[in-house]
Write a protein that binds this ligand. Structure first.
Ligand code: NAD
Length: 253
């Protein structure tokens, strides 16, 4: 893999972790920008970067990404919570065939492998009677949104894979409000400093199948973002985690 010049926009918890992982993979960090007024926006380092990784805040992401695309820089963004503006930007990139962007709500390679397994199992379970599906997610007590974006993606995949058994999902409380069989229950638990655990269960009267992804920390997200930067530095257009996963699996061979 070619050593890259990477600029970081957003130098909080994720930005700093990405810095470490990028250097450990032989890349160099040529700019670290942490405010809209940061003088490094005008720096030579940013202008000549091979790729930029953006992890900031929902209110800042759209203008940051637009600014970077206007400079002709490929952008990897992991900032969550700006879905509507992102959809418009994606459409613009695809229509005008100009700009390079990869955005993902979850950069963990493991979570994206879990998504693939989840789709496969749901497709099988649509043809099997007697199993009831349930999703649970556990995160640290600082997390404000529930269910997590990752849980919503998992639920949507289950619904897509089980069209003859399920029609929607619903967040349930600890007491487990009763819901009908056509609804996938999601339990959201907030506990200590847990980085993120997601479990999809299928229970029958005789057994239980459970698929679990448990993140040990932020490293997995940071590694995924750096792998995405490696992937994106030589490409154009809008890319997704499915494209990245195919590349990652290929480079593992
Ligand atoms: P953080 O609060 O630790 O860091 C965000 C940083 O962005 C701060 O240091 C802040 O000063 C900076 N910032 C804010 N506005 C800016 C602007 N206009 N220009 C430049 N910098 C600006 O947050 P974090 O934990 O690093 O997470 C950042 C984002 O990434 C959040 O949206 C979070 O939900 C998301 N996230 C995504 C993934 C994923 O896999 N996609 C994983 C973890 C976190």
């Amino acid at each position: 893999m070619k050593a890259l010049k990477i600029a970081l926009v957003g130098y909080g918890r994720m930005g700093q972790m990405i810095h470490k992982i990028a250097e450990s993979r032989g890349h160099s960090i040529v700019a670290t920008i942490d405010t809209p007024q940061d003088s490094q926006w005008e720096s030579e380092g940013l202008r000549t970067a091979d790729v930029v990784i953006e992890f900031t805040q929902p209110e800042a992401a759209a203008s940051n990404v637009k600014r970077l695309l206007a400079m002709g820089l490929p952008v990897v963004s992991g900032t969550t919570g700006w879905a509507k503006q992102l959809a418009d930007l994606r459409q613009q990139i695809e229509q005008e065939q100009r700009g390079t962007l990869l955005w993902a709500s979850n950069f963990s390679i493991g979570v994206n492998l879990f998504f693939k397994i989840n789709r496969l199992v749901a497709g099988i379970m649509d043809h099997v009677s007697g199993y009831k599906a349930e999703l649970s997610e556990t995160h640290h007590i600082h997390k404000l949104d529930a269910p997590s974006g990752t849980a919503i993606t998992l639920a949507e995949q289950v619904l897509e894979g089980m069209p003859s058994r399920l029609e929607g999902w619903q967040l349930i409380d600890d007491q487990g409000a009763s819901i009908d069989d056509k609804t996938l229950p999601i339990r959201a638990i907030r506990e200590g400093e847990i980085p993120g655990t997601h479990t999809l269960e299928y229970r029958s009267s005789v057994d239980r199948i459970a698929l679990t992804h448990e993140a040990y920390g932020r490293e997995g997200f940071a590694l995924g973002a750096v792998v995405a930067a490696e992937y994106l530095s030589e490409r154009q257009g809008y890319h997704t985690m499915d494209d990245l996963l195919a590349y990652f699996l290929q480079t593992q061979e």
